[in-house]
Design a protein. Structure first.
Length: 299
C-alpha cells in the first residue's frame, strides 16, 4: 500500500489487485481507496471490495465500495468499459451484507448472463454502500420541513469529485458522459433523477427505480420541469403497481412530464409499470435485467 499526495491531503491507493492501477495512476486527484483490514476479501469472483473515506461527507466509518468487473475485463487488457454507479451498494451482490439477508439484486449474475448472451455490452458495476442513519439525508436533494435531509448535492460531489476520478484512475473505464450511468431505487431513484438533471455533463444514463417522488412535497417534479435546456439523458423509469396508489400516480406524472419535455419512449426513455410489483430488493432484482438491456444495449 502506498500513499500519493494531493494538494490538501494524502490518499491511499489499492495495489494488491492486478487491475487496480491504470494509466492515470499518477493523477493528483486520485481518491483514497484501499482494501480495509476489517472487510474480508469477497467470495464473489471479480468483485473488489474497497473503502472510501470522503472529505466532502466525512463519516466515522469508511464507506464500502464494491466494484464488479465483467469477465472480458481480464481477457482483453486493452479494452475499456462503461461504468454503472449504483446506490445502496450493500444490496447488490452479497447475501451477507444486504438489508434483508439473502435478498439482493443479484446484479453480478444478471450482468454476466446478459453479457454472455450478447444482450448488453460489458459494464463495470460500482456499488456505493449507504451509511445507514444518514442514508435519507444523503439521498435527498432538498431539505424537507419535517424530515430534514437535503445533503444530496454533497453526496453528488462525493461521487463526482472523489469516487469517479478514483474509479477512472484505478480501472480501465470509458469515463465520458455517454458511458457513465447512475441508478438506484426508492430514495436512490430520487437522487439518481436529481443527479441526471443537475449533472448531465457527468451522467448520461440514469435508472430511476420506484422513485420516492413524494419527498418534500414532490419538489423533484418542479426541478425536472424547470425551463433549462433539456439534458441529453437516457432514462429508465419504473414502478410496481402494488407500491401504493400515490406512488404510482407520482411516477405516472413524472413519465408524462418527461414526454412533454421531449423524451421519446423506447428511444431515450423507458417506463415500466410492473403488474403486482412491490417495493423490495427482490422486485428490483427481477427487473434489473431490463434496466441493463435499456441502458447498456449490445453494440
Amino acid at each position: 500500500m502506498s500513499r500519493r499526495s494531493a494538494p490538501d491531503h494524502s490518499f491511499l491507493v489499492l495495489e494488491d489487485a492486478p487491475q487496480a492501477l491504470g494509466e492515470n495512476d499518477s493523477d493528483p486527484l486520485l481518491l483514497a481507496i484501499a482494501r480495509p483490514a476489517e472487510i474480508a476479501p469477497s467470495e464473489i469472483p471479480r468483485l473488489d471490495r474497497l473503502r472510501l473515506h470522503s472529505a466532502i461527507l466525512p463519516d466515522p466509518y469508511d464507506r464500502v465500495v464494491s466494484v464488479y468487473l465483467p469477465r472480458v475485463y481480464f481477457e482483453d487488457s486493452t479494452r475499456r468499459f462503461p461504468v454503472f454507479y449504483l446506490h445502496d451498494g450493500q444490496n447488490l451482490f452479497d447475501d451477507r451484507t444486504s438489508y434483508i439477508p439473502g435478498h439482493t439484486w443479484q446484479a453480478h449474475t444478471t450482468a454476466d448472463r446478459l453479457t454472455e448472451n450478447g444482450e448488453i455490452e460489458p459494464v463495470i458495476l460500482v456499488g456505493v454502500a449507504n451509511t445507514g442513519v444518514r442514508r435519507m439525508a444523503e439521498y435527498t436533494p432538498t431539505r424537507d420541513f419535517k424530515l430534514a435531509g437535503g445533503e444530496g448535492r454533497s453526496y453528488a460531489r462525493l461521487l463526482i469529485e472523489e469516487l469517479k476520478p478514483a474509479i477512472d484512475a484505478a480501472y480501465r473505464t470509458l469515463p465520458g458522459t455517454a458511458t457513465t450511468a447512475v441508478g438506484g431505487s426508492s430514495l436512490g431513484g430520487l437522487i439518481s433523477l436529481f443527479l441526471g438533471f443537475e449533472y448531465p455533463q457527468t451522467f448520461g444514463r440514469i435508472a430511476v427505480m420506484s422513485p420516492s417522488i413524494w419527498w418534500n412535497n414532490r419538489s423533484i417534479l418542479d426541478f425536472v420541469e424547470a425551463p433549462n435546456p433539456r439534458p441529453q439523458l437516457r432514462i429508465w423509469l419504473d414502478i410496481g403497481t402494488s407500491e401504493g396508489a400515490k406512488h404510482l400516480r407520482d411516477t405516472d406524472q413524472l413519465f408524462r412530464l418527461l414526454k412533454r419535455r421531449g423524451w421519446q419512449e423506447n428511444l431515450d426513455l423507458a417506463y415500466q409499470r410492473v403488474p403486482g410489483g412491490i417495493h423490495s430488493e427482490d422486485a428490483w432484482a427481477d427487473r434489473f435485467d431490463d434496466v441493463l438491456r435499456f441502458l447498456f444495449p449490445a453494440l
